[in-house]
Design a protein. Structure first.
Length: 283
């Protein structure tokens, strides 16, 4: 028309715009960064970078520290017989290590699985603080069984984190089942402190009753039933007559209403008896 040509364009279709080169580069760079971060997180979570002697020298902790995510402030309360390192080992955290991916609930569960911890609470305070509150099980007695000494709690459960050599002020109980029965026994003995202080060890017999061994070697055979009455009988007799210090070897109070005393035989008298018996045999 009028010598001019017009180019027809399809209706309803917007002009095509080519994606700028810089957006393609950024997209590829982002993908590489994401992949690298995924690999780094997996290696960090698996402990492949933070193990002792690692050539990376706590790389994850250093990088986390740049963004304020390293463990710089760790508060632990409630420790009495244990040290902080045992707690940190249990939750897998070291001062200055990375807190990326740290799970407070998992850490709390790990601490509660320790036999010497009665209660544990763990709180993550962003960015770089961990608050840990603990309640230890009470060290109640030392249990000796099959030649092994273990510190036990009031419920009889061994507390493996405690060294019995550091707990020699605790009462010593021996034999099978002594750990479970110790709480009731110690409670009854505590009512007679003058007698209890002289007890060197208490042996469980047949998982039914106790034998006491005093600091001077005297043995006291206690009954299966009426333990409190028997203990009071011995304590009262010793208070009146000092019987536990009169050269006796054993006191048997297993029968109600009866007290049998076995005298210790002096070494010279024992030798004399053996010689007399030998002479009589030759005759």
């Amino acid at each position: 028309m009028d010598g001019q040509r017009r180019i027809a364009r399809p209706l309803g279709r917007a002009p095509v715009k080519l994606q700028p080169l810089r957006w393609r580069i950024l997209a590829r760079f982002g993908a590489v960064v994401f992949l690298a971060a995924t690999i780094f997180h997996g290696a960090s979570s698996g402990g492949h970078l933070d193990y002792d002697g690692s050539p990376f020298g706590n790389l994850t902790g250093k990088l986390a520290g740049v963004v304020g995510l390293a463990a710089e402030d760790i508060s632990i309360t409630g420790l009495t017989n244990h040290d902080a390192q045992q707690v940190l080992d249990a939750i897998g955290v070291k001062p200055g290590s990375s807190l990326i991916g740290f799970d407070a609930r998992a850490a709390r569960a790990a601490l509660r699985r320790l036999d010497w911890i009665r209660q544990a609470e763990v709180q993550r305070v962003f960015p770089n603080r961990i608050d840990i509150s603990l309640a230890e099980r009470e060290a109640f007695a030392i249990w000796q069984f099959n030649g092994v000494y273990q510190v036990i709690g009031r419920d009889g459960v061994p507390l493996t984190g405690l060294d019995p050599r550091n707990m020699q002020h605790l009462p010593l109980v021996t034999g099978p089942g002594a750990n479970v029965a110790a709480a009731d026994f110690v409670n009854q003995m505590s009512a007679l402190p003058q007698l209890f202080v002289r007890v060197h060890a208490a042996a469980r017999v047949g998982q039914r009753r106790w034998n006491l061994y005093l600091d001077n070697g005297v043995k006291i055979a206690l009954p299966e039933q009426g333990l409190d009455v028997a203990l009071k009988q011995v304590a009262a007799l010793d208070a009146r007559q000092g019987i536990l210090g009169k050269g006796i070897r054993e006191i048997d109070v297993r029968q109600p209403g009866r007290l049998i005393v076995a005298l210790a035989v002096a070494e010279s008298e024992a030798n004399a008896g053996v010689a007399a018996k030998s002479t009589a045999t030759r005759q």
